[in-house]
Design a protein. Structure first.
Length: 462
């Protein structure tokens, strides 16, 4: 057993590496750590220290796990590892414990590492088995999913099996594994996936300048997080996500937690998480910012950024499937779901009970659904229609680049209702629908029950 001590000063690097010599014949590496938490003035961040591990292959390719601040100890063996860490050979050489000073008090951060190396015959490393990329779907249909979830492989408290049970209870057809800065859960989803539940694999890449979902990457794909916006490295890692078959989705871009707000811009994004967990004011800000981007895309006839939602559920009482993204896809497969999300053929709902049917029909008979462009002359009348179930006492709103131009009365207690509205492309560059609860404050819009991606209107499809 070896005890290593040190002190990190305010302004310390985002990652500090402590070398550990691993000799031949090592069966297990165990690390425990502690750090001081001095009193700080109100409003001043105290100490918070994350932790992870890199093996003898080096700091670029030797990733072996990350638990952030969720654990005070971990172990790695050939045959097993603490959730968040990867089992595998304990090859001799210099390993590194990665310390991530999330915040450092003005007095500094004094830490203590206790490293225990156990000799013995190595166990056998299990061959990873991953969930299939296809489930028994319903052909071209609407599929419900939650793409932002955390298990005990990062800072969640639920096992993959518990999450799968909750996902099925929430009426979900697919989920995405999105642990903070680790892929250790990827090999633990096969047993809980099934014909009725597609499990996509990914990561929540948790940088100090915002979080991004790597959604539906190839099994075992690790995406590094050790950079900030000023380092000009983000585009490289976004391309890595796409090369691994994943989507790039900035998460909770306007969240107020330290390091959560997205500062890399949206040029590399495939979609954006506008609604994260129970609807809050930062979701309202995200929705408004996304809507402003739609107006720019419509005006300049260029690509637009679809919106989605995710629960970010970690533990009870967090609800898996609040909200859920409902995707029109050709089948219940990884590629088909990703295609639907990328195209914006989707809406976001607060529960499995909320169902939307949204379309726009031109006087000529042409029709489009969310994510599509209705190519019509500027002055041709277009009728926008939304049918809703599962939203008692809610109102329907049609939102355009000119703002909210239609608001219905309250739907009945049955939660079933509909609305239609006529416009033209010259009046509305796009139309999207919102379903909202009664406001708590009259001057403000009520919380969302659901919203759709837009239909764009006008000649000259981009």
């Amino acid at each position: 057993m070896t005890t290593l001590r040190g002190t990190l000063a305010p302004g310390a690097p985002d990652c500090v590496y402590v070398p550990v010599a691993v000799p031949p014949g090592t069966r297990e590496l165990h690390v425990a750590y502690a750090y001081d938490r001095p009193s700080v003035p109100r409003g001043t961040p105290g100490n918070a220290l994350d932790i992870g591990l890199f093996d003898e292959r080096g700091l670029e390719s030797g990733f072996r796990g990350w638990s952030g601040g969720a654990r005070t100890e971990f172990f790695v063996r050939a045959d097993d590892a603490t959730p968040g860490y990867l089992p595998g050979p304990l090859s001799p050489g210099t390993w590194h414990i990665a310390l991530g000073p999330y915040t450092v008090a003005p007095q500094g951060l004094a830490y203590e590492l206790t490293v225990t190396l156990t000799e013995g015959e190595p166990g056998r490393t299990p061959r990873p088995v991953y969930p299939p990329a296809r489930a028994a779907g319903r052909g071209r249909n609407w599929y419900r999913g939650d793409c932002h979830l955390h298990s005990w492989h990062s800072d969640g408290r639920r096992t993959p099996a518990e999450i799968a049970t909750l996902a099925r209870a929430a009426g979900l057809d697919f989920i995405n594994s999105s642990e903070h800065n680790t892929t250790s859960s990827h090999a633990h989803w096969a047993d809980v996936a099934g014909d009725d539940l597609l499990v996509l694999l990914g990561e929540e890449v948790t940088t100090r300048n915002g979080h991004v979902l790597a959604l539906g990457t190839d099994p075992g794909t690790f995406v590094d997080w050790r950079y900030r916006a000023r380092d000009n490295r983000w585009a490289h890692f976004a391309r890595e996500i796409r090369r691994a078959g994943g989507l790039v989705v900035p998460a909770h871009p306007y969240a107020t937690c330290l390091g959560c707000a997205w500062k890399f811009g949206f040029a590399e994004a495939d979609a954006v998480e506008v609604w994260n967990g129970p609807y809050t004011p930062d979701d309202e800000v995200a929705l408004a910012a996304w809507d402003a981007g739609l107006a720019t895309s419509a005006r300049e006839r260029r690509a637009w950024l679809p919106a989605m939602g995710g629960s970010d559920a970690h533990r009870a009482p967090d609800k898996v499937g609040l909200p859920q993204t409902v995707v029109l896809a050709d089948d219940l497969t990884r590629e088909a779901i990703q295609d639907g999300l990328r195209a914006g053929h989707s809406y976001v709902a607060e529960s499995p009970y909320v169902r939307l049917d949204f379309d726009a029909t031109a006087e000529s008979g042409q029709q489009a659904v969310a994510g599509e462009w209705l190519e019509v002359p500027d002055d041709m009348p277009v009728t926008v229609h939304l049918a809703v179930t599962g939203a008692p006492r809610c109102t329907i709103r049609f939102v355009t680049d000119r703002g909210t131009l239609f608001t219905s009365g309250n739907m009945p207690v049955s939660g079933v209702g509909s609305a239609q509205w006529r416009t033209t492309a010259v009046s509305s560059a796009y139309v999207r629908a919102e379903v909202r609860h009664d406001p708590a404050v009259t001057a403000l819009p009520g919380p969302l029950a659901a919203f759709t991606n837009p239909v764009f209107l006008g000649p000259g499809r981009p």
